[in-house]
Design a protein around this ligand. Sequence first.
Ligand code: MOS
Length: 722
Amino acid sequence: MPARLDAPLKVTGSAKYGVDHNFPGMVYGYIVVSTIAHGEIESMDVTAAKSAPGVLGVYSPFDPLALNAVTMPMFGETWIPLRDRQVTYVGQPIGFVVAETFEQARDAAMLVEVAYRELPAVTSLEDGLATAIEASPGHVDAPPTLSVLEDGVESIEDAIAASPVVVDATYRTAAQNHTPMEPHSAVAVWDDGTLTVYSGNQGAHLQAMELSMALGLEPAAVRAVNPFVGGAFGGKGRTSAPAFLAAAASRALGRPVKASLTREQVFTATAGRAATVQRITLGAERDGTLVALRHDSWCSTDTARSFIEPTSHGTSREWYATRNLQISQRIVPLNLPPTTFMRAPGEAPGSFALESAIDELADALGMDPIELRQRNNSLAPPGKDLQWSSKHLDECFRIGAQRFGWADRRPGGRTDGDWLVGMGVAVAMFPALRFPASVGITLNADDTADIATSGADPGTGLLTVLSLVGAESLDIPADRITPRLGDSALPPGGMSGGSTATASAGTAIMAGAGQVIDELLALASAPGAPFAGEEVTYADGRVHGGGRSMTFGEVLRAVGRPSLTAVGSSAPGEELTKHSFSSFGAQFVEVRVHRLTREARVSRMLGVFDGGRIINDKAARSQLSGGMIWGVSAALHEGFEVERSGRLANADLAGYLIPVNADIPDIEVEFVEYPDTLHNDLGARGLGEIGTVGVAAAVANAIHNATGIRVRHIPIRIEDLL
Ligand code: MOS
């Protein structure tokens, strides 16, 4: 069995993604987007577009498709295109042209003339800071402003004032887009009142639910099929504009419709990561003990305020033991594309600020940054006081320091020819969560088994995890298991988001396997069955009793059953009242800055992670090294360049910089493996998102070590190091 079941299909190009599906009579949709940042559409002249060759339909707010408003449990309101004439950012979908061919649809879309009544737009976070508003409690899982003060301390200001050493600095992080390799796209087909939508996403049952609400259909009338996902990272959690538009147009026209965003549209017609401004004040004793930690955050959001990047809550609330803590979270609505979950939302930009500030404090104290972190190791999140179920961060640092050669680090770095060389570290943490999940386990008469759930594998390796955990739970070789994912008709799995999938689906598999084995044993020992009336047990894929054994397939054949299915479910429960749960890691980075050109290059990286039990070593390492690369990207490359007008100047993969192989050194990933069965029966915690957390700070800290220059924003560019 390959380490990744889907790998051969993907690397040979034979994996069939949603948009690769074709149907007889299929037609093509092309999305028209806005060209102003704020205003109202006064009119849309679609005469020329409508009479262009091959055009079947031109839809707009004046001639809309039948789509309802949608509010989803947990996620809130879903934005549905063409429902009103308001424009709130450049690149917002405002029209949809359907034609016999893709080229005809695209050409006709260029003929649509739009007249706007423009309104003033706010397109930079700095401009919006003055009118920032407090996040609402529903947006973060705690009051937006949270204060934990020790007895006798009146305010966080008092605690800071009483601290012998204080660091007070403001950090900035750029807005980003997920830029998945597979643009958001969909193929919609109606058959006898039932809609099937093929589209890459992070949870097929959630897409089916959103589509059924938008189209006013019974949930059973919509099937979402999600065979492969070409990158998601939070950006395909919600149903995309092409899916809503293709589904509704297909209903209107009675033809299958295919629609895909262009690469440029992916940057605006989806949602990305917020830009942030974060002020951190640390007060400490001279021995490094934290007296006070204050973290005030501002993040950009869209005008509908649909998502908050919870930087303060994602880091300072939990990462360090401190006698006094105050965090706040404010939002700044902007006329820019919507914001949403993106790989480690909160923690990724939050850790840049917090872990830079900790490094600055280490500097101010003349203390080793690892020692400072260990001195303030949190045993339980302040104010929550439930101890971590299993935390081995000290061991991550110990192993990492030894392997990385941390002892060779010198204040002020070292030189190697024309290169200034420095080392930096940072903590990585990401909460260990799981979602309710159901998984169907089917034993077949040919001694194979199916493991099926509606969840998604957006490149994370869940498909292989189903096989591995299924094999272990059913005590059979993994190559006898067929895992199935990505179809809302399957039992509702958790979504692949929040680094939850392995823990959620894995626990449900264990439950389902237990059930199906119980049912098999009952079947085997029932009157007339091969083990009638005998004591039976299950091991090795076989039923044992009376000194004999039969495979489960033999038992099923003997009783005339083609298969036996049980659906196992799991959900978070009582454990949440007993412990706090998180994955942990230590990030080590070596950076070289050229003495003359000032280019910064990451030359070595090591991440040591404590993520509970590792189910698939290779896939886990891939997730983490991929995350670490993303961290380098955030540190040195990625970010929206927004013109005053609100237009993105770099909405393509030429101008939106991401690392290429030449930017990335050998990356080492290590694990300290302590199965966390207090979190779930499988003992695995999340590993998807933590890889990126802390990396940008470790890079900035290494740059400071190499050059003495403290850059308090990312991405860090040559001009910052002159
Ligand atoms: Mo997660 S933000 O869905 O990678």
